[in-house]
Ligand binder design. Sequence first.
Ligand code: HEC
Length: 143
Amino acid sequence: MSLGRIAIAVAVWLLVAPCLGEDAIAYRQTVERAAAAHLEALSGIVRGEAPAGADAAAHAQALVGLAAEMPRLYPAGSEGPGSQARREVWSQASAFAGAHNTYAQSAAAMLKAAQSGDAATLAPAFSTLALACKGCHDRFVRN
Ligand code: HEC
C-alpha cells in the first residue's frame, strides 16, 4: 500500500470512527424496542386478549435470540451521547452480566413454558421474564 493510500484509509477511518458509537447506540435501542414488542405480544397472550392461534413460543423464541445478542450490544466506548444506559453498564460489568444472565435464563424458561402446552405455566414465566427486564433497567437505565 502506498503512503497516499494509507493516508486516504486513515482519513476515511477518522471520518467514520466518530459515528461508530452512535450506530451502536441506535442499533441496540432498536433491538431493545424489538424485545419490548415481543414482551407486549406475550402479555396479550397471557391475558387472553390475543386471537386464537397466537404463538407464545414464537415470541419467546425471539426473546431468547435477542437475549443471546445482547452482550455484544454494549461495547466499550458506546456510552453516548444519545444513550439512556448508565455508566454502571461498563463500570460494573459483572453486575450487568449477572442481570443479563437472569434475563437470558428467564427468556429460556418462557420458551419452555410456551412449548409445554400448559397454559397455567405461562403467567408465572411471563412475570419472571418481565421482572428480569425491570431488574436490569432499575439499575442500568436512566429514567
Ligand atoms: C441486562 C440489562 C437489560 C435487560 C435484561 C433488558 N434491558 Fe432494555 N435496556 C437496557 C439498557 C442499558 C438500555 C439503554 C440503551 C441505550 O439507550 O443505549 C435499554 C433500553 C431499553 C428500551 C428503550 C429503547 C429505546 O428506544 O431507546 C426498551 C423499550 C427496553 N430496553 C425494553 C426492554 C425489555 C422489554 C426487556 C426484557 C424483555 C429488556 N429491555 C431487557 C438494559 C437491559
